[in-house]
Structures are given as C-alpha cells and as structure tokens.
Design a protein around this ligand. Structure first.
Ligand SMILES: [Zn+2]
Length: 163
C-alpha cells in the first residue's frame, strides 16, 4: 500500500514541474523547444541553487538530456537574458547561474569554490555613484569574497571559529 504512494507523488510533481517550465518559457517569450523545456524543468526541480554550465551539463547527461556543453551555455544565457535566472560572475570565465533571478548578494568562498546567498537585509548599500552619461544602473549585487581563516587570524579573533 505504502509503495503506491511514492511513484504517484513523483509523477504528479514531475508534471507540475514541466507545466511550470512551459509557463515560465512562455511568459519569458522563449519558444518552448524540447531542449529548453527539459533544462528548465531540471532547473525548476532543483531550485533554489547556483549551478555552473559544466555541472548542469553533467546533470543533464545523467537525466538523459543529451545536449552539448555549448547548448547548455547558450540556453543558460538565454534564460538569464530573458530574466528567468541570474548570473553571478565570480572570476574571469567563472560564472554561476542562479535560479533566483532577482538581484541579491552572495558569499563566494575562494577556498571551496562555493557560492551562497546572503540575506537581503544583511547588506546595506549606503552610497551608489550616479551612472555615467547615457547609462542607467540596472542592478547592484555584491559578491563578498571569503576564504578559510589562517590559524593566526583565528587566534587574533579576526574570524569566528568554525568548530
Ligand atoms: Zn543567489
């Protein structure tokens, strides 16, 4: 009896995700091709999170979505340009795609390569310059770069002990 419950719920949630994927693509004005739908569904199912193109490529292969890494990149950039996702550039050629599209702030851990959200009210931006002539500020997002504290920094009380 109990065994019946799980597959049923899985099927329902899968179709919910594909319906959501279809709606999001339509709202964004992107033609719902089979590849876009499959990738959007995979992203919706695993949101919220930050993912690199390489990670998504790997997950897509495991999920039986056979597309090239170039297609993954193109699709992620299309989703980003359409406002469905955010992109956080942490270094040259190093981007994370964010299932949370609205502007928000991040910690980027240089020691582990991890990126995670900072609560909106934890950063107070007191002053922003006027945009240069002919330009407007589209968004302000902060990447706070962190690394493992050295033993000296821990001893000096510059870092809170992780243990
Ligand atoms: Zn984020």
């Amino acid at each position: 009896m109990v065994l019946n419950v799980f597959p049923k719920r899985t099927i329902i949630s899968m179709s919910e995700h594909s319906q959501q994927a279809m709606n999001r693509l339509n709202e964004a004005g992107l033609r719902p091709t089979r590849q876009r739908l499959a990738l959007a569904e995979l992203l919706i199912r695993t949101a919220p999170r930050h993912v690199t193109a390489e990670e998504l490529y790997h997950e897509a292969s495991l999920a039986g979505i056979h597309v090239s890494l170039a297609t993954i990149y193109n699709t992620l950039h299309q989703f980003t340009q359409a406002g469905l996702m955010g992109e956080v550039v942490v270094g040259s050629g190093q981007s994370y795609f964010d299932t949370t599209a609205h502007a928000h702030h991040h910690f980027f851990d240089k020691s582990t390569g991890e990126i995670f959200d900072v609560p909106d009210d934890a950063v107070d931006i007191g002053k922003v310059p006027q945009a240069p002539a002919g330009k407007v500020i589209e968004r302000v997002d902060v990447v706070i770069r962190i690394r493992n504290a050295t033993p000296e920094e821990l001893a000096d009380g510059k870092a809170v002990s992780a243990g």
